[in-house]
Design a protein. Structure first.
Length: 300
């Protein structure tokens, strides 16, 4: 009798789960497999028999535990010999590790699971080294390696991964808010060497002092703690988004939230003076002046 499509799909999924379980676990009893996969012992036994007939799973006759079969090793070796990304990556990892004397890893993204695994590594010369579990799927939401990949996934995929995630493994840390996560991902996309003009926010597209100040204002509102000060470095007073009335709006915004601030100005224009004098006293410093290394301008 022909089985319904849904049943066939379910069987394939369970077979994949069993193979993944033994590949990552090594060996296990039928009971351990049943508990780990959340399947009935009878279902596990049927799947084991199915895979055993193909040589993909075998049983240790001494300890009566199941493990990956010889045929699975053969198939894996065939796949690796034809797609040996590790051997391609190793020279680059070693060169990079030698240049920065830090442990470098090759992270590979698993699109179905929304996770990554560390496929290869090159260690630094340091006695204390960065330790990671190799070939074990880990979340992209925790750690720099994962987020450097998450930052470049499409929004729908990020949503799916975020909704499926729980607390951080190990520490139990709660998920960051989606707004905080999006800010972190945006910072990664706009950081060198990832910077791409297509990804740049408006305040990084040229000399837009007004847009930059609004951006900093929003960040300070979200992240500032008691005692923090707003410090603004302006290298040039010229700006295409000031001079048509926007400066009044921004000045009011800044003075309302941050009555105390520090301005460091390297080169000034009439527009710079007109705008910032509305808000605070400004002292100019030259970039080449040794005194520029000292605190220069404070308005209270």
């Amino acid at each position: 009798m022909k089985r319904p499509p849904g049943e066939a799909t379910g069987t394939v999924k369970r077979v994949v789960e069993v193979l993944r379980f033994f590949a990552e676990r090594g060996e296990a009893t039928l009971k351990e497999m049943s508990i780990a996969l959340g399947l009935a012992p009878s279902t596990c036994h049927r799947l084991i028999e199915l895979l055993g007939r193909e040589g993909l799973i075998e049983q240790d006759s001494t300890h009566r535990r199941y493990r990956v079969g010889v045929e699975m090793f053969r198939i894996s070796a065939q796949v690796q010999s034809r797609n040996d990304i590790r051997s391609i990556a190793v020279p680059f990892l070693r060169e990079l590790a030698a240049a920065c004397d830090e442990t470098c890893v090759l992270s590979i993204y698993l699109p179905v699971e929304g996770k990554i695994f560390f496929a290869e590594r090159a260690d630094s010369s340091r006695a204390l080294r960065y330790q990671v579990a190799m070939n074990v799927p880990v979340s992209v939401l925790w750690g720099a390696s994962g987020r450097s990949i998450l930052a470049f996934l499409d929004p729908a995929t990020v949503d799916r991964i975020y909704r499926a995630e729980g607390r951080a493994p190990g520490s139990g840390e709660a998920l960051p808010s989606r707004r905080a996560l999006d800010k972190d991902l945006a910072a990664i996309r706009n950081a060198m060497p990832f910077a791409n003009p297509d990804h740049q926010p408006i305040h990084m597209a040229g000399t837009l002092i007004g847009a930059a100040l609004k951006f900093c204002h929003d960040n300070m509102i979200l992240e500032a703690t008691e005692g923090d000060r707003l410090i603004i470095l302006v290298s040039d007073g010229a700006s295409s988004d000031l001079g048509a009335g926007q400066e009044n709006e921004i000045a009011e915004l800044l003075t309302k939230e941050f009555p105390s601030a520090t301005i460091v100005a390297v080169g000034r224009t009439a527009l710079f003076d007109d705008f910032f004098q509305r808000v605070m006293h400004v002292e100019e410093t030259a970039a080449a002046d040794a005194a520029a290394e000292q605190p220069v301008a404070t308005a209270d």
